[in-house]
Design a protein around this ligand. Structure first.
Ligand code: SAH
Length: 270
């Protein structure tokens, strides 16, 4: 097995059980085209190739790309792209390869150090949702981030990231994966999640306002929302608006649902 490089967040998954759960969560059929980010040594890639119509894998590490090309390069349903997933133009690179265009699912054990930017590239943002959303995104990532992404309102894990991502996708926890499932083991525990991008039922009128509102609202998690938002809106006025939205005026940011945040932003920008 190649030595893991720290700068690329490399931790090789060696748990068969975790691999099986990731693949099962993707519910692959013979018509699926899968995008994998960071195939590494190809353990997950092999499984994906066995279940999907086509797999496009993007790997930044040139040495690994050579190994992968030797191992899997002969398979007709495999396309390997060497580069940085965050900066490459996937649609343009796939243009010459019709069988691999518009992958509909993402399945990946991602490098944890770039989780935020990967999520943003896959889902878009509140202001710019991905116009061609994936059908499903299955990711193995840091457990703490998984908890924030899948948290329900009222939970201590429910924060600005939960609102930003849940506005764009339904987020589901599939299973926990302990650090010893990897070689070398990361310092943190991990988890598998499934994101299903969804049509935005009540779009926010002013995405930038919504971003500011979330950022300020969650700035001090112990404080009541109306105190965190003092610089934006008079506290009594906010209490009244919250009551009209059927939200307790003493609520903290974590108590508001994504729908509450959208309504609040929309009322404030009317
Ligand atoms: N999927 C493999 C490896 C996971 S480790 C396994 O489960 O064993 C993360 C992988 O992402 C490594 O192979 C690393 O080289 C790759 N990687 C890191 N940064 C990347 C980037 N910006 N773009 C594409 N791949 C990247």
């Amino acid at each position: 097995m190649p030595k893991a490089r720290k700068q690329f967040g490399q931790h090789w998954l060696r748990s068969e059980k975790a691999l099986r759960k990731i693949v099962a969560a993707a519910e692959l059929s013979g018509s699926d085209r899968v995008l994998e980010i960071g195939p590494g040594t190809g353990v997950l890639t092999r499984q994906l190739l066995a279940h999907a119509a086509a797999v496009v894998a993007v790997e930044i590490d040139r040495d690994l790309c050579e190994i992968l090309a030797q191992k899997l390069g002969k398979l007709e349903n495999f396309l390997l792209l060497q580069g940085d997933f965050l900066t490459l133009d996937l649609a343009a690179l796939l243009n010459p390869f019709p069988a691999f265009q518009n992958p509909n699912k993402v399945v990946a054990n991602i490098p944890y150090n770039i989780t935020g930017p990967i999520l943003e590239k896959l889902l878009g943002t509140i202001a710019n949702p991905n116009p061609q959303p994936f059908q499903a995104i299955i990711l193995l990532l840091q457990k703490e981030v998984a908890q924030r992404l899948t948290a329900k309102p009222g939970s201590t894990h429910f924060g600005a990231l939960s609102v930003r991502v849940q506005y764009l996708a339904a987020c589901q926890l599939i299973c926990d994966v302990p650090a010893i499932a990897f070689q070398p083991p990361p310092r943190v525990d991990s988890a598998v999640i499934r994101l299903i991008p969804r049509p935005i039922e009540t779009p926010v009128h002013n995405p930038h306002h919504m971003e500011t509102l979330i950022k300020l609202g969650f700035a001090s998690k112990r404080k009541m929302l109306r105190n965190n938002l003092k610089s934006l809106i008079d506290s009594d006025q906010l209490s009244q608006i919250l009551e009209e939205l059927n939200v307790n005026s003493q609520s903290r940011a974590e108590d508001l649902s994504v729908e509450n945040w959208v309504s609040l932003s929309n009322v404030l920008t009317q």
